[in-house]
Design a protein around this ligand. Structure first.
Ligand code: 8YV
Length: 315
């Protein structure tokens, strides 16, 4: 059987490549210097795209591939895929939901505790010998008993809220409607009202046009100089210009961020701030979860080319 040709948008771990190469011919888009020419030379035979959540596939690329049948995302987020362009051509889109939910939620809690308790600064305090030179490390902020807001009670938001409940936090959330599974948590439909009652605000919205800049100047102002914003979703959910100026002027207390506009080349203004915790988009980054995501992306591609039902279709 001839192996279908797949355009590989970004790097994958070795375990994924091994499995993919047995079944498909991979074309390494991310290595190509002249990407346009690379695609043009392969336009007659590329039948699939394998991509990652933050890389997606845009309209220009989709339209440059007339034989394209499927776009498989290694990630739950598919906001970087032009769904309209795919829909117009009847191209399938798949993602990797569920398998990463708990790791992403765990990482959100790791960021919460690390940021509130100053874990990264504490490590520096010891290593720089400030402990013996300057004395005790400055006191930090308590987490238990505080008010936490969950902006978007989807799969990941729900798991974050469950974990916050275990820390005896007072939980409120925003979503399109109240969720039956969250009877003890306060439902507040308005993001500004949610921010206003929160000491800590988690952004766990899906990415995309509908949620773009939901966290804007008003939400940031409502969270205020004692508040902390945590983002484990997509950078586009936050107005980054408003966030940066609020952090610089201390109109917002603190931000713990795993995602950035233009990542991995984030705005250098972030690096000058001491009221941020910066992470390299790694909330789903455990060996176990990335193996499960790779397997699920492969299963979607294989199912498509075998003519079976797609395990986790978006389109
Ligand atoms: C990954 C993600 O960083 O799932 C998503 O939407 O953004 C992340 O889990 C990435 O897509 C891994 O390939």
């Amino acid at each position: 059987m001839t192996k279908p040709d797949i355009l590989q948008i970004g790097p994958y771990p070795a375990w994924d490549l091994e499995r993919l190469k047995k079944r498909f011919v991979l074309h390494r888009y991310f290595d190509a210097e002249d990407k346009e020419a690379f695609v043009r030379e392969r336009a007659d035979f590329i039948r699939g795209i394998a991509t990652r959540g933050e890389l997606g596939a845009g309209r220009v690329l989709i339209n440059a591939l007339p034989k394209l049948e499927i776009i498989a995302v290694n990630g739950v987020g598919y906001d970087a895929v032009d769904l309209e362009a795919a829909r117009e051509r009847g191209i399938h889109v798949t993602n990797t939901p569920d398998v990463l939910t708990k790791d992403v939620a765990d990482f959100g809690i790791a960021m919460l505790l690390a940021a509130a308790r100053g874990v990264v600064g504490g490590e520096r305090w010891v290593r720089s010998r400030a402990w013996s030179k300057d004395g005790l490390y400055p006191l930090k902020t308590r987490v238990f008993g505080k008010r936490v807001g969950i902006l978007g009670l989807g799969r990941i938001g729900f798991e974050v809220a469950k974990r916050c409940a275990a820390f005896d936090m007072d939980i409120a959330y925003t979503d399109l409607e109240p969720k039956d599974a969250a009877p003890n948590w306060h439902y507040l439909p308005d993001p500004v009202a949610l921010a206003d009652r929160s000491d800590f605000l988690f952004v766990t919205l899906t990415g995309g046009e509908a949620t773009r800049h939901v966290v804007g100047p008003e939400v940031i102002a409502a969270l205020g100089p004692d508040g902390m914003l945590l983002n484990i979703s997509r950078a586009s959910n936050i107005d980054e210009a408003a966030l940066l100026s609020a952090l610089e002027t201390h109109a917002l207390g603190f931000a713990a961020l795993d995602v950035f506009e233009g990542e991995p080349n984030l705005d250098p203004r972030f690096l000058a701030l001491d009221n941020v915790l910066l992470q390299p988009h790694m909330a789903s980054g455990t060996v176990e979860t990335r193996q499960a995501m790779g397997q699920l992306m492969f299963d979607n591609l294989a199912a498509h080319f075998d003519g079976r039902d797609l395990p986790t279709p978006v389109l």
